[in-house]
Design a protein around this ligand. Structure first.
Ligand code: SF4
Length: 84
């Protein structure tokens, strides 16, 4: 049986959103969660899809953003997980 980080890949409960005006195109989110984030032709991050990267990676991606442009919410509780 598998245990540990990443076991919830694809079955996450976090939803992410990018605040476009805050994004400076640093792309660390893309490096950490490449199935979720992509830079568009204006060098701003867009959300490609939800629930493909693990919740852990989504949170890490949001925390890596230098301008806190990524909002993470918990589907089940409606709570904003990041930024706090
Ligand atoms: S890490 Fe933040 S600033 Fe960088 S591309 Fe992603 S959302 Fe934009």
């Amino acid at each position: 049986m598998q245990t540990g980080a990443g076991q919830n890949t694809g079955k996450g409960r976090y939803t992410v959103k990018v605040i476009r005006d805050k994004c400076i195109g640093a792309a660390s989110c893309v490096a950490i969660a490449p199935l979720t984030f992509k830079l568009d032709d204006e060098n701003k991050a867009i959300v490609l899809a939800q629930k493909l990267d693990s919740d852990e990676d989504l949170l890490l991606a949001a925390q890596s953003c230098p301008t806190a442009a990524i909002i993470v919410t918990d589907d089940e509780t409606g709570e904003q997980i990041w930024p706090k």
